[in-house]
Unconditional design. Structure first.
Length: 319
């Protein structure tokens, strides 16, 4: 099979028929062997009923429906697990991603030059204040932190080799950072393609300004996981040891100073009246706690079980 097209969605009943017709047109024009997997992330409108209609008419259409809204990352995780195509394309269901970009993305993967190609919405039709400026700041921070030189981490239109999606773990809200996850997994051939961005035709966006706040928090998380996820003791243990040694040295200096004053019959105050005593004590306590945090992190890594992150209500056309 040439292509698996994954479409995560939430309450997009108005756009689904137009999107489906458009994708089928592109598939037929290029004679692709394909599957379309709609990933319904707990829609409360008639989106799932429409997907079931598509599946009845076309055996290449498949669907996964969550019992409730678990998030885009969880939807993509479920889709990646089911995808059978040599190349996997992800795109949003709101018609802002053009299916006409699929052949170009596909060719960039099959020629062997890239493991992953991310779309770049160079010209956007979103609000400048609400989305464009925060997005530019977010993408700059993501580039500097991750070392992945992409201009648009948030673009939902991406293409992957099958082996890439089978070897990355997308959880939480990490869908923005799939290229970083791929790089960390050893897939370093990451490219970018300028794609057409279209104004939203139906409804309203499901994401508010909080997505950028969450995005920056996720960026910190993925930076930590990429550097210390396998060995948390390397971070917490090192910081804890440094802080404990500093505190211990300060405490030693205070003790020696007191002995010096006592030996020379000089007047001295109680140790507890010295502010450096409390700084030393705090440093040793924090150092011990950080060391224990690293130790516990190591234990958790070795004993953790993979928990189920979402519940599937129903599926269509999967054997």
């Amino acid at each position: 099979m040439n292509l698996s097209i994954l479409i995560p969605l939430l309450n997009e009943e108005e756009s689904l028929k137009e999107l489906y017709t458009w994708i089928i047109k592109v598939m037929q024009e290029h004679n692709y062997a394909y599957e379309i997997i709609f990933l319904d992330d707990g829609s409360t409108d008639s989106s799932w009923a429409i997907i079931e209609e598509f599946a009845q008419d076309n055996s290449n259409v498949k669907g996964i429906r969550f019992m409730k809204n678990f998030g885009k990352s969880q939807a993509l995780h479920a889709g990646f697990a089911k995808a059978q195509g040599d190349v996997i394309i992800t795109m949003d269901a709101d018609l802002q991603d053009s299916p006409e970009e699929i052949p170009g993305l596909y060719e960039m993967i099959v020629n062997g030059k890239y493991d992953l190609v991310s779309g770049w919405k160079k010209k956007r039709y979103d609000s400048v204040v609400a989305k464009n400026l925060p997005s530019k700041l977010f993408n700059w921070a993501a580039r500097k932190t991750s070392g992945v030189e992409l201009n648009d981490f948030n673009c939902g239109l991406k293409a992957y080799k099958n082996i890439v999606v089978k070897n990355i773990e997308v959880s939480g809200e990490m869908h923005r950072y799939i290229p970083v996850l791929a790089k960390n997994a050893g897939f370093g051939k990451i490219g970018e393609k300028v794609v057409q961005h279209q104004a939203r035709k139906y409804g309203e966006t499901k994401f508010g300004m909080e997505r950028f706040i969450n995005g920056f928090l996720d960026l910190i998380t993925i930076w930590f996981l990429s550097r210390f996820g396998k060995r948390p003791m390397h971070l917490f243990g090192a910081l804890g040891s440094v802080m404990f040694i500093i505190g211990f040295m300060l405490a030693g200096f205070i003790g020696i100073s007191k002995l010096y004053y006592m030996y020379n019959d000089m007047r001295y105050s109680l140790v507890t009246n010295n502010p450096w005593f409390f700084i030393a004590l705090t440093s040793m306590i924090l150092g011990t706690q950080l060391f224990l945090a690293g130790f516990l992190g190591e234990i958790i890594l070795r004993t953790k079980n993979n928990e189920e992150r979402y519940k599937v209500a129903s599926e269509v056309n999967f054997i």
